[in-house]
Design a protein around this ligand. Structure first.
Ligand SMILES: [Zn+2]
Length: 223
C-alpha cells in the first residue's frame, strides 16, 4: 500500500515537469522551497519514473549531466522506497543496444512456449546471452521463462572466466512484457533516447573496439 502511494506520488511529480527536482527533496510545503537551484538540478533529476510491476520501476535520471535509464527493484522502508542492487543501468547507447535485442529475446521466449521447455531441468542451458554493454548481459535460460539483465565481471584470479555479479534482475515473461510496454512512454519523455549515438559508431577499426570498456569490458580478444 505504501509502495503504491509512493509510486503514484512519484509518477505525479514526474509527469508535472520533465525537469522536476530530485526525488526526496520535494518534502516542503513552502512554495519557495520547491524552486530547484541550478546546482541541485545538475546533480540529479528524474525525467521518467513508472512502475512496470509493484516495487519494480523503469526510470530515467540525469546524474552529473548524463542520462541514465534504470530497470530496478525498490524496497519500501518507513514510507519511502529505495533502489536496490536488483537492477540494471543503461546509458542511452546501451539502451539502444538493449532495444535492438528485444525482438531476438521475444523470439526465444516464444520458442520456449512452443517447446514447453521451461520449468523442465534441462541442465540450465543458456538459450540466449547477449552483451548489452559495460559487462551487462541479457540472458534467457531453458529452465526459466523470463529474461535476466545482469552485470558480469572477470575476477582477477579467475583465469579469465566471466562470472555474474549480484547486480541484476530477473524478469519473468509477464514482467518483460510490462517493461516493453513502458518503452514508448519512456522515449516520449526522453526524446534523446529515440536514436542516440553509440560509442561503436566511432570505432573505426577493431583496435578501437577492443580498447572500449563499454563494448569490450573484458578484453576478450586480447587474451
Ligand atoms: Zn564502444
Amino acid at each position: 500500500m505504501k509502495i503504491a502511494t509512493s509510486l503514484a506520488r512519484m509518477e505525479d511529480e514526474a509527469s508535472v515537469e520533465a525537469s522536476s527536482v530530485p526525488i526526496g527533496t520535494v518534502t516542503s510545503t513552502n512554495p519557495t522551497a520547491t524552486v530547484t537551484s541550478p546546482s541541485t538540478a545538475m546533480i540529479s533529476s528524474t525525467k521518467f519514473d513508472e512502475a512496470f510491476y509493484p516495487g519494480r520501476r523503469l526510470t530515467a535520471t540525469i546524474f552529473k549531466g548524463c542520462l541514465w535509464v534504470h530497470v530496478r527493484e525498490y524496497n519500501d522502508l518507513n514510507g519511502k522506497s529505495y533502489p536496490t542492487k536488483k537492477g540494471a543501468s543503461f546509458t542511452p547507447g546501451r539502451l539502444r543496444v538493449f532495444r535492438s535485442m528485444m525482438d531476438k529475446i521475444d523470439t526465444v521466449l516464444r520458442q520456449q512456449e512452443v517447446n514447453g521447455s521451461y520449468g523442465v531441468d534441462l541442465g540450465g542451458g543458456v538459450m540466449l546471452k547477449e552483451h548489452l554493454g559495460g559487462g551487462i548481459y541479457a540472458t534467457v535460460c531453458e529452465a526459466f521463462h523470463g529474461v535476466t539483465l545482469r552485470r558480469h565481471w572477470m575476477p582477477p584470479d579467475g583465469n579469465g572466466s566471466i562470472v555474474p555479479t549480484k547486480n541484476g534482475i530477473y524478469l519473468p515473461a509477464s514482467q518483460w512484457e510490462s517493461l516493453k510496454a513502458k518503452m514508448d512512454a519512456l522515449l516520449a519523455a526522453c526524446p534523446e533516447l529515440v536514436n542516440p549515438g553509440h560509442c561503436s559508431d566511432t570505432h573505426y577499426n577493431q583496435m578501437a573496439m577492443l580498447e572500449c570498456r563499454e563494448c569490450t569490458p573484458f578484453g576478450w580478444l586480447s587474451l
